[in-house]
Design a protein around this ligand. Structure first.
Ligand code: TTP
Ligand code: MG
Length: 369
């Protein structure tokens, strides 16, 4: 029998806010809130992320800035605008370092990565634990950035593990402790379980992963369909065969056309988008790629560019869903401007290899409602 797979998941702590602390050490010890300012007033916009000091008062990602300001008044807090290029630089250096220590490497977003280390640790969990701890130290020594790291026999468990002791945590789950480790955790800790799935599960009295494990496969199938039901059944048992796959973050498939005449009418524009979507989705399928991000791009009558995109946790590959999503994106785009659209484009990016996408189609259904 081949030795067990070992996967490490690294998640950088309060990443944007920690980058700001790195740039300005005077911020350490103060609440730090990184904000996306919408520009309408000096306080309109939302919290991107906050350091743990700010979180201890209840500040969260997505919270309106004015609310965070109210919570932190008299706390000598720093409110800073997002500086993505700066965070991207730090992220790229850290990802390069991590990649150098993996048999196989998969970056997920700006501050997360999976490392398959099965071969170099000879399937031995104690060795993998040492490696995980060394990775944390190296990232800290090189960049001064702390991370939370988890290791386990697959991506599912490694990700749940890294989330277990934040910030600056290290959690190793050996194969013989998977079931006990997962049992008391809330079902939402499983990737792919969103609010809606959580609600349905609560409706049948399922709160923890142990509760989920007690639900018969057939019942899950009835509730969630064959593929997502099977996924949940396996996930409750810590079973996951998703490989760690290198993704080319730069890769994208896009197409753009000029409309017959400038327009703001979805009825007029959407048929064009629909054709473009069919084309790019079939190109992606030819390459064996599923995608997590769909964008709709409009070049307006004054030649300015407006775009809207949506990123999903799990990859999709269906033209029909993509058309429905792009319709919503088009409407969002139009609502953000009074200009007419001159050229319209679509873009797929954030690719993963296909093969494992089918089981997530129900998650997508949840999203679309
Ligand atoms: P996360 O890893 O989800 O969050 P985090 O790194 O800030 O905190 P944690 O210690 O819990 O890992 O997201 C990574 C970055 O993505 C985060 O620093 C800022 C950005 N982000 C947003 O802009 N909006 C959001 O709603 C979330 C969740 C993250
Ligand atoms: Mg993080």
């Amino acid at each position: 029998m081949s030795s067990p797979r070992i996967v490490i998941h690294v998640d950088l702590d309060y990443f944007f806010a920690q980058c700001e602390e790195k740039r300005n050490p005077n911020l350490k010890g103060k609440p730090v809130v990184v904000c996306v300012y919408s520009g309408r007033t000096s306080e309109s916009g939302a919290v991107s992320t906050a350091n743990y000091n700010a979180r201890s008062f209840g500040v969260k990602s997505g919270m309106p800035i004015f609310q965070a300001k109210r919570i932190l008044r008299d706390k000598d807090a720093a409110f800073l605008p997002v500086d993505k290029p700066y965070y991207q630089e730090i992220s790229s250096r850290i990802m390069a370092l991590l990649r150098g220590h993996a048999d196989k490497f998969e970056q997920v977003g700006i501050d997360e990565a999976f490392l398959d280390v099965s071969a170099q640790s000879h399937g031995d969990f104690a060795t993998a634990k040492k490696l995980a701890s060394e990775l944390k130290s190296r990232v800290y020594e090189q960049e001064g950035i702390t991370s939370s790291v988890g290791s386990g026999p697959n991506k599912l468990v490694a990700k749940i593990a890294s989330d277990q002791q934040k910030p600056n945590g290290l959690t190793t789950v050996a194969p013989d402790s998977i079931l006990d480790f997962l049992a008391p955790l809330e079902v939402r800790r499983i990737v792919g379980i969103g609010k809606k799935t959580e609600q349905i599960l609560q409706g049948i009295g399922v709160k923890t992963i142990a509760d989920l494990r007690a639900v018969p496969a057939e019942r899950l199938r009835e509730l969630f369909g064959r593929t997502f039901g099977a996924y949940l059944f396996d996930a409750a048992r810590g079973i996951d065969d998703e490989p760690v796959v290198e993704r080319d973050e730069r890769e994208q498939i896009s197409r753009i056309v000029t409309l017959k005449r400038n327009s703001r009418s979805p009825e007029e524009i959407f048929p064009e988008i629909s054709k473009l979507i069919d084309d790019v989705v079939s190109k992606a399928a030819d390459k064996g790629l599923a995608f997590k991000t769909i964008s709709v791009i409009g070049i307006m009558e004054d030649l300015s560019t407006h775009s809207r995109s949506e990123t999903f946790e799990t990859p999709l590959d269906s033209a029909e869903s993509s058309r429905r999503i792009s319709r919503v994106l088009l409407e969002n785009l139009l609502s953000g401007t009074t200009l007419e659209i001159r050229r319209i484009g679509v873009k797929l990016s954030n690719f993963a290899s296909t093969g494992s996408t089918a089981k997530f189609q129900s998650t997508l259904k949840e999203f679309l409602g």
